[in-house]
Structure formats: structure tokens, C-alpha cells
Design a protein around this ligand. Structure first.
Ligand code: PA5
Length: 435
């Protein structure tokens, strides 16, 4: 269960929320009534219900095939075509999975990512890493024309063809793209790659519960049905409670909006486990690209505590007061680690004996929350029982819905990204791309 806890928030009176709850309810009903800005991109609302058994079976079979034939699967994509998959995979897989030496024998390929940058050194290192390994490629691009993944894919395709020949390469590449348009669609049809469709009405950053996220996530051995079940249950919860007092997506969206109005322009999304590092990257992209336009929008930032308490902690406690914090809190750890007793106690840690590491982490969380609230950093808490597929599915749907409601509260279109074109336009002009 995802719970929103606003209890230690001293920055609002109930009146603030009551006076504005109608705005949140209106934004929500505009969204569900499909009458707001960008309403041709609302396919994500029903995605958890619409991904049927047939598609899931195809994805699972394809994932199994790639797992069997590959020591490494390279996921090529950028932005919404990559971050969701990486968020779920890194949250749930063993943190040291990519350091295993016998990946091929246990039918769990190492998943690596390409096409999300243009750094030559890293690309060189990727090919060096791949040179003695059997690998396959999942290439993901809705437009099919994005420069970063297109360059990486051209190179990987060339390498695969050289190593395996054209016909085996055909089985080592899977494309996920638009149903009709784009260079990748054309290429996939010409080469005969297995292809999955990104629905027309689902934008990149809202696409993790479509094949865009589901195929790479299944390749990594994560249970995609449980992920979707989690998303379905959150969808149900939000659909069944359209009233502000019971709808946590509306509550979170309105809180963020009111904090923004009060000058808290930066949201620091915090987790107390590095396993959520890429989940926070996903959140940053979802909210940054959705809200940041027309001179408006909360700036989405992220931190992993307690790690970053030793870097950003000073600023958060005493720097400029333009930050609010949202903590994704995990009640129960999946592992029980006891802090051992030491007879000599030279490090003075025996006062912690018999405590679990998770208890100490939760205590750090509570202590930090109090300190930051005292330091005028409003704190919101989104609590889940444990880190698993179901809860991540719930969180994904919760954040997507909150983000869309937040966009409507700001009176912008949360489903476009016109600003992203600016750098591309200049880069293409400088590179002399034919028009
Ligand atoms: O959310 C978005 O729409 C973007 O972040 C895109 O996902 C990103 O730009 C990649 O686009 P494409 O999938 O067309 O390659």
C-alpha cells in the first residue's frame, strides 16, 4: 500500500488545503474526462488494464528467448524510452548483479544501457565489454529518429551483423517503436526484427507500463505481471476515490503546487536506499519534462540519503530556503541485517547491538525529517510497505497521475516537451543535417 504522510508538515494549515481542494478535484476530473490540455496523450491512464494476456505472453516469450541466447542485453533508448525500465530493474535486481562472472549459465543476462548519451569513451568501453560476450539488443524509440539511440543502434547493429551474420542478427534485435511512422519502424520492417508498438496516445515518459518498460524489465527477470497488478491496484484506488479527501494523487499534487506558490521551487525526491537511484531519475524526467514550461514548474531534484547527507545535507539544512523534500520511505527491508556485538567495542558501536541496519536507517530518516522540518524544509512522505514489483507498480501509477494533475494545476500541457527541440535544432544546424 502506498501512503501519503503529511503529518509533520508545519507549513500548511488545513485551511490551505481546503481552500484549494476544488482546484485539484477539477484538474482530476478534467483529466479523467479527457477535456484538458494534451488530451490526445492520455493512453497511460488505462494502460495497466489494457496490457492484456496475449501481449504479456509475447513479451515474456521474447524476454526468455533473449535471456537464453545472451550473456548481455543492451537496452538502447533515451529519456522516457529508457529510464522507466532502468528504474524498475535497478530497484529490484541484486545491486551487484552486473558483476557476476557466469551470467550466461544462470539464464539471467546482464542488462546494460546505450544510446542515452554521446560520450565516445563510454561507447568505446561498451564495445570493449561486449567483444567476448554473446549479446542482443532491444532498441526503443517512439519517434524512431532520436539522434543518441540512432547512433548507438547503428553501431551495435553493424557489430552484430559482423559477428553473427544478417540472419542471426535478425533474432538478436528487438525494436519497440511507433506502429506506423519513423526511421526505426522502417528499418525494423525491412530487416524483419520482432517489433513491439508504443501506443500513439502514450508519451515516452508515461510509457514504462507499455512494452517500452515491460520487455527490458522481463529480460532482467522481474515479474512484470506483479508490476502491472500493483499499477492496477493504484489505478483502482484513485478511480474509486475521486474526492480530494481520499485521493492521494490529488493531495500530493496540490501539496507540491501550494509549496511552489510559497516559494519552494525545488522538490528534492529522497530515498534511503541507492536501489531507488534510477527511480528518482525516472521521477526527475517525468516531472521535469511534464511541468517545466511557460516559465513555470517545480524543479525536480533527487538525493540518496544518508549518502547525500554528507554532501548536500549542509545546504538542505541551512542554505537557501527554496527546497521541499519528498521522502519515499520503505517500512520493511527485504533483508534482516543485525549489527554485530564486538567484545572490545573499540568503535563504540555496541549500543547498536541487536538492532537491525534497517532500523538504524529508519531512525536516520526520522531524525533527518525532524531536522529538516526544523530548518524550514517542508517534508512530505510517501510510504510503501516494502520494495517489490507490486509496490513499484503502485508508485509508478501514483507519480504519473500526480504529475498530470500537477500540470493541470499549473495550467500547462503536461504531455508535450516543446523545449527539448531547442538543443536539437542548434545541434542539427551546426552538424549540417540535411533538412
Ligand atoms: O518523454 C518523452 O517523450 C521523451 O523523454 C522521449 O522519451 C525521449 O526524448 C526519447 O524519444 P524517442 O522515444 O522518440 O526516441
Amino acid at each position: 500500500m502506498v501512503q501519503l504522510d503529511l503529518s509533520s508538515n508545519l507549513f500548511f494549515a488545513d485551511k490551505d488545503l481546503n481552500d484549494n481542494k476544488l482546484a485539484a478535484e477539477t484538474a482530476y476530473s478534467k483529466l479523467l474526462g479527457r477535456s484538458g490540455k494534451g488530451n490526445d496523450f492520455l493512453g497511460w491512464i488505462d494502460l495497466p488494464e489494457q496490457v492484456g494476456d496475449e501481449l504479456l505472453e509475447c513479451i515474456e516469450t521474447c524476454a526468455e528467448r533473449l535471456r537464453k541466447s545472451s550473456e548481455v542485453v543492451v537496452v538502447v533508448g533515451i529519456g522516457g524510452s529508457y529510464l522507466g525500465a532502468r528504474a524498475v530493474i535497478e530497484a529490484l535486481q541484486n545491486s551487484y548483479a552486473n558483476f557476476r562472472s557466469h551470467a550466461k549459465t544462470d539464464n539471467r543476462p546482464v542488462v546494460v544501457y546505450a544510446g542515452n548519451h554521446m560520450a565516445a569513451d563510454v561507447v568505446t568501453e561498451l564495445f570493449d565489454y561486449l567483444k567476448d560476450k554473446d549479446y542482443s539488443v532491444v532498441v526503443i524509440s517512439k519517434s524512431g529518429t532520436t539522434t543518441e539511440p540512432a547512433i548507438a543502434f547503428r553501431m551495435l547493429k553493424g557489430d552484430l551483423e559482423q559477428r553473427y551474420g544478417k540472419s542471426e542478427t535478425q533474432h538478436r534485435i528487438v525494436a519497440i517503436t511507433d506502429e506506423h511512422r519513423g526511421a526505426l519502424k522502417k528499418l525494423a520492417d525491412t530487416e524483419g526484427y520482432e517489433t513491439y508498438v508504443i501506443p500513439d496516445d502514450v508519451g515516452g515518459r508515461y510509457s514504462v507500463l507499455s512494452p517500452v518498460g515491460l520487455l527490458p524489465i522481463a529480460v532482467a527477470g522481474v515479474d512484470i505481471r506483479a508490476l502491472l497488478n500493483g499499477a492496477k491496484s493504484m489505478r483502482q484506488q484513485l478511480m474509486n476515490h475521486q474526492d480530494f479527501s481520499e485521493n492521494i494523487a490529488q493531495q500530493y499534487a496540490l501539496m507540491r503546487y501550494l509549496l511552489y506558490q510559497k516559494g519552494k521551487k525545488i522538490e528534492l525526491m529522497v530515498s534511503y536506499t541507492p536501489k531507488l537511484n534510477f527511480f528518482i531519475e525516472w521521477y526527475k524526467q517525468l516531472f521535469g519534462e511534464s511541468e517545466g514550461k511557460e516559465g513555470k514548474g517545480v524543479f525536480p531534484a533527487g538525493a540518496i540519503f544518508s549518502t547525500d547527507l554528507h554532501s548536500l545535507g549542509q545546504y538542505i539544512q541551512q542554505g537557501e530556503r527554496h527546497i521541499f523534500e519528498t521522502v519515499i520511505s520503505i517500512k520493511n527491508s527485504n533483508s534482516r541485517v543485525l549489527i554485530p556485538m564486538d567484545d572490545e567495542n573499540l568503535d563504540g558501536l555496541n549500543y547498536l547491538k541487536d538492532k537491525t541496519l534497517h532500523d538504524v536507517n529508519l531512525t536516520a530518516e526520522e531524525g533527518t525529517r525532524q531536522a529538516h522540518v526544523d530548518g524550514c524544509v517542508p517534508n512530505l512522505k510517501i510510504a510503501i510497505d516494502q520494495l517489490d514489483e507490486n509496490h513499484l507498480g503502485q508508485l509508478i501509477y501514483f507519480f504519473e497521475m500526480s504529475c498530470a494533475i500537477g500540470g493541470y494545476l499549473l495550467d500547462i500541457n503536461p504531455f508535450d516537451q516543446p523545449g527539448v527541440e531547442a538543443y536539437k535544432k542548434n545541434m542539427f544546424a551546426l552538424l549540417g543535417k540535411p533538412m
